[in-house]
Design a protein. Structure first.
Ligand SMILES: Nc1ncnc2c1ncn2[C@@H]1O[C@H](COP(=O)(O)OP(=O)(O)OP(=O)(O)O)[C@@H](O)[C@H]1O
Ligand SMILES: [Mg+2]
Length: 298
């Protein structure tokens, strides 16, 4: 039995016993520094308020964004699970409101070289996330790397954060172009939802989306949707300095309200996401397929 068949069997077995599956949402952007980590953490807080169990997976290779923003330092990361035999529960750090977070750390870079036994161990552990969380939010690193594209291909739902800066819009386009070129990207399997961040008015958010959508539908012909906007908010900047998510620091701040709306829209659109790619098990199986076919190079 080859690796791919083995993975298919694991997924099939999961489906047969009707195990719960988490909704896997990957937050990304073309350009760095446009608000991905703020979107991830504030959506986590707001989804939590809506009764969802949330785990944030920090898939940034460089700076560990989420831990800085939570003001909590995780004891372990994905590398400890892979190489030190820790289990998934041991590498989840609990942040405010019982939001879990997992630091990818150096573990992500090492995924390319994992042998079959390690991969099986990883899958078994990640599959457990399907039971521990309703939603897993993956915060990706800055820039358009092969690894980030691989994450997007593997997830059923992508939130693309864009700001009105012209470079942010062109970089979003470039990211979608790279995604569209990927051999296993399928427009039916991955929904792309755009968040307009740092806008000065709702109209500016809609215009930003229209601009991006015009070029994407013309040249790439892939469907993207507008999820909504987050206003430019000095209070958010202050909250970041204090290492507290704005949605906790000041739930009435205009950006916190916007995150509340986005979370609400997301949960109300859950029915649309008919394909969950079989939760975290499916997500990781998709990743492994990419790694094994050597498409994934750092
Ligand atoms: N809605 C907003 N209003 C005002 N400032 C914002 C807003 N969103 C983000 N920022 C500013 O942008 C900075 C970067 O945000 P964040 O760290 O979330 O971006 P990122 O995309 O995760 O960055 P990286 O690519 O480095 O991971 C924040 O520290 C904050 O100062
Ligand atoms: Mg970040």
């Amino acid at each position: 039995m080859d690796q791919a068949e083995h993975l298919r069997n694991i997924i099939k077995m999961n489906a047969q016993v009707q195990r719960p599956t988490a909704r896997v949402i990957t937050v990304t952007s073309g350009k760095g520094g446009v608000g991905k980590s703020n979107v991830s953490i504030n959506l986590a807080v707001q989804l939590r308020r809506l009764g969802q169990r949330v785990i944030i997976f920090d898939a940034d290779f460089g700076l560990a964004n989420i831990e800085v923003m939570f003001g909590a330092i995780p004891k372990h990361n994905l590398g400890d699970l892979i190489y030190q035999g820790k289990n998934i529960r041991e590498i989840i750090t609990k942040g405010p409101m019982d939001i879990g977070f997992i630091s990818g750390g150096s573990g992500i870079a090492g995924l390319t070289n994992l042998g079959r036994d390690y991969i099986n161990y990883l899958i078994q552990n990640l599959a457990e996330l399907d039971m521990l969380a309703d939603v897993v939010i993956i915060d990706t690193g800055a820039g358009i790397s092969d690894a980030v594209i691989e994450f997007l291909v593997a997830s059923g739902e992508v939130l693309l954060v864009t700001t009105p800066e012209p470079t942010s819009i062109t970089d979003s386009y470039s990211l979608l172009k790279a995604l569209n070129r990927h051999a296993r990207y399928s427009r039916e399997m991955t929904t792309i939802k755009v968040i307009a961040n740092k806008v000065r008015s709702p109209e500016e958010g809609q215009q930003l989306f229209n601009k991006l959508n015009a070029v994407v539908s013309r040249y790439l012909k892939i469907p993207i949707r507008y999820l909504g906007y987050v206003p430019e908010d000095p209070q958010l900047v202050r909250a970041v300095m204090q290492q507290t998510p704005i949605s906790i620091d000041n739930p009435n701040a205009k950006s916190a309200r916007a995150f509340e709306n986005l979370a609400y829209t997301l949960t109300n659109n859950a029915g649309e996401v008919t394909f969950k790619k079989h939760g975290m098990t499916g997500f990781f199986a998709n990743m492994v397929r990419g790694i094994k076919s050597r498409e994934w190079q750092q």
